[in-house]
Design a binder for this molecule. Structure first.
Ligand SMILES: [Zn+2]
Ligand SMILES: [Zn+2]
Ligand SMILES: [Zn+2]
Length: 332
């Protein structure tokens, strides 16, 4: 029998298909191996091949030259741009606004073949500081309502360049996935006067069925109703709604946890492509009491097909108790 489960935050239902239960070796995995590329625009020494940098952590070298740890540049083919004024108009039923926003690329390392699983914790932490610094800068623009920070690793996950990078898109609207989480978290708070994510952390740490890894300040779990096999959430134990308000110690703790989880996935799932997404409170919303920022990591092991597109329901062939156990027991 299949198991239908409801996500406690969004109320979204998923089908955990126990009859077609898949172990790591049952997936056809597109292992990601980063090959050297002399033409890569993100490599150190190729700074003139990107638009001029917006931010870089440098050891005193001039902008757009060698000698950096993390570099942020505008996307060459931006989905949205910062210039102009925000215009809203509609044609009857249909709403429309112009493409005000920002689309930036965070080049996470000067070294072409490093990945977030192999970089040092200190280097990963600097990437989080770059995300934070860009969010703090962009949120001064009151036209912007939401900033999504995400990472596509490997071509099957949507990366067009292999060199390790993440992206940031600032939007004049709150995306639907996000408002579903916010609405659910707000509802839970109104009923119970508690944060739903804090409740999840408490229950998962008590039950220990879906905990993958735990540190002083973070916990990594397989969520109760995951959409995808090996979907993993990284939650700070301290309640806070905004990624950019984390402490120095928390960024260091997050770097340690992200590296730990990616290493486990690399080992067990043969270096899979993945998406990593930061979920944080909208910019102009006071969600401090009820929302709880976190990271979601989704290894790309299956394809989303017609049923999912047609229903918004997901069929997941690996239960979270199994995936958590496999990742927890991975020897590093
Ligand atoms: Zn490169
Ligand atoms: Zn919380
Ligand atoms: Zn989330």
């Amino acid at each position: 029998m299949a198991d239908l489960r409801k996500d406690p935050v969004t109320g979204r239902w998923v089908i955990i298909s126990t009859e077609r239960q898949k172990r790591p070796s049952d997936f056809q995995i597109d292992t990601i191996v980063v090959k050297p590329d002399e033409l890569c625009p993100f490599c150190e020494g190729h700074e003139d091949k990107t638009p001029p940098e917006i931010l870089a952590y440098r050891n005193g070298s001039p902008p757009n030259t060698r000698g950096w740890d993390v570099r942020v540049v505008p996307n060459k083919f931006p989905a949205l741009r910062v210039e102009g004024t925000l215009d809203r108009e509609g044609e009857g039923l249909f709403d429309r606004m112009n493409g005000i926003g920002a689309h930036e690329v965070i080049i996470e390392t000067p070294d072409h073949t490093s990945t977030m699983a192999t970089m040092s914790e200190g280097a990963i932490e600097k990437v989080f500081w770059a995300w934070r610094d860009r969010v703090l800068d962009l949120k001064q623009d009151f036209r912007l309502r939401y900033i999504v920070v995400f990472k596509n690793h490997g071509a099957p996950a949507g990366a067009s360049l292999e060199h390790s990078h993440s992206q940031l898109i600032a939007l004049p609207i709150v995306p639907r996935e996000m408002s579903e989480e916010l609405d659910g978290a707000r509802r839970h708070f109104q009923q119970k006067e508690r944060c739903v994510f804090c409740d999840i952390i408490r229950q998962e740490l008590r039950d220990r069925l879906r905990v993958i890894s735990e540190s002083a300040d973070f916990v990594a779990i397989a969520p109760y109703a995951p959409r995808f096999p090996f979907e993993t959430w990284l939650l700070p134990k301290r309640h806070a709604s905004k990624f950019e308000d984390a402490s120095r110690g928390e960024y260091a703790g997050l770097a340690r946890m992200v590296k730990d989880i990616l290493q486990r996935m690399n080992q067990t799932l043969l270096a899979p492509p993945y998406n990593l997404i930061v979920h944080s409170s909208p910019l102009q919303e006071n969600a401090g009491e009820y929302y709880h920022w976190h990271l979601e990591i989704m290894p790309k092991l299956t394809r989303v097909a017609g049923f999912e597109w047609g229903t918004g329901f997901y069929i997941n062939p690996t239960g979270p108790e199994e995936s958590a156990e496999v990742l927890r027991k991975t020897k590093l």
